[in-house]
Design a protein around this ligand. Structure first.
Ligand code: NAP
Length: 338
């Protein structure tokens, strides 16, 4: 790819303009097997050269390690980058292997201070509630997030894995810039209610795992056989056993379209997500995750691919045929809460 930069999109009605594709940084410290700090740093720099300005992390990624890892890059480019981080996935004191969801005001206040410290910045550009704790009224949690904006600790608010009803309730309290939820050729639940609500409210959509956690690139076909023992994807029902074999077969139409364009499977998966912006008439800013400079170039180049109506039709049935849930523990999905 040449050094021309990718187009921009607005991060919600009042948010900043960002590159129309962001960068997911989770894998640089967490979840997806061995990491290489030098390659990750080169990926961050290359992304910025390509016009990628939205960088996604969370306090839960490596228990703060990912925020700390990104801090020098953010400091070196503070005026060029939009920093997104998240709170809500807490470790219970009695069992460090578990995660609980916390949205209570004291927890949010403690979490934001810890993130600001690790990132070593004065303010977080986009602060997401990572998961919704249904035991805390949304007025209390989003009300606290709104206080953080008034106090200058946070610039814009986001929500991850929420229902349309929760989004509307939150928007009544404070403008929401972005909803971050899983959206890809394999995961299209949000199109029924969340996407129309976001369009109506002027909220941008930030699809996470737009490459189906890498499965849509064809780079692995069975998590048990192809990935290391500590890789989170070995716990995900779609990528193991019979489900993985059935889901790998679903990539055939992606391969057909990729061959027609002379591009990779992953680029077609990303082009499909990027094109949802015209299909649904709202800003869509996916955050594919990679730790390799060559891959960030490949992914950014997908912003220039346009799929025909016939190609979209060929890809249409895939999501309905996917075997297995998105998560082994469905507490981490908004599905079923609407
Ligand atoms: N809000 C939430 O609950 C939530 C949940 C999950 C993720 N996220 C965020 O969303 C971001 C993206 O999601 P994700 O990382 O889960 O999944 P993803 O972007 O769908 O896929 C990432 C995987 O694809 C591989 N990959 C990337 N580009 C590739 C290419 N061109 N060719 C082949 N393989 C490629 C990556 O490997 P390499 O890194 O080795 O290149 C990585 O294993 C995360 O980094 C995180 O910031 C948020």
């Amino acid at each position: 790819m040449t050094d021309s930069t990718i187009p921009t999109a607005q991060l919600g009605a009042h948010g900043p303009a960002v590159g129309v594709q962001g960068l997911g940084c989770m894998g640089m410290s967490f979840a997806y097997g061995p990491t290489d700090a030098e390659a990750s740093r080169a990926t961050l720099e290359r992304a910025l050269e390509l016009g990628i300005t939205l960088y996604d992390t969370a306090d839960a990624y490596g228990q703060g390690e990912n925020e700390k890892f990104l801090s020098p890059f953010f400091k070196a480019h503070r005026d060029e980058v939009v920093i997104a981080t998240k709170f809500a996935l807490a470790i219970p004191p009695d069992d460090p292997t578990r995660r609980i969801i916390r949205n209570d005001p004291p927890y949010i206040r403690q979490a934001v201070e810890a993130s600001l410290k690790r990132l070593d910045v004065d303010a977080i550009d986009l602060y997401y509630m990572h998961r919704r704790d249904v035991n805390v009224p949304i007025e209390e949690s989003v009300g606290t997030m709104a206080e953080l904006v008034r106090e200058g600790k946070v610039k814009h608010l986001g929500l991850s894995e929420v229902t349309a009803t929760e989004l509307r309730a939150a928007q009544d309290i404070h403008p929401i810039a972005a909803v971050q939820s899983e959206w890809s050729l394999f995961s299209r639940d949000i199109e029924a209610q969340v996407v129309p609500a976001a369009r109506e409210l002027g909220v941008a959509l930030v699809p996470y795992s737009p490459l189906g956690r890498g499965f849509l690139t064809g780079s692995f076909t069975n998590a048990d056989k192809d990935l290391t023992a500590d890789d989170f994807r070995r716990q995900q029902p779609r990528f193991t056993g019979d489900n993985a074999a059935a889901n790998a077969a679903l990539l055939e139409p992606v391969r057909t379209v990729a061959e027609a364009h002379g591009v990779s499977l992953g680029q077609i998966a990303l082009a499909w997500v990027q094109q949802q912006t015209t299909v649904h008439d709202l800003p869509v800013i996916p955050i594919p995750g990679t730790r390799k400079p060559g891959r960030v170039e490949e992914n950014a180049a997908a912003t220039g691919i346009e799929l025909t109506k016939e190609e979209l039709e060929l890809l249409e049935p895939i999501a309905g045929q996917v075997a297995g849930d998105r998560y082994a523990d469905m507490r981490f999905s908004s599905a079923g809460r609407e």
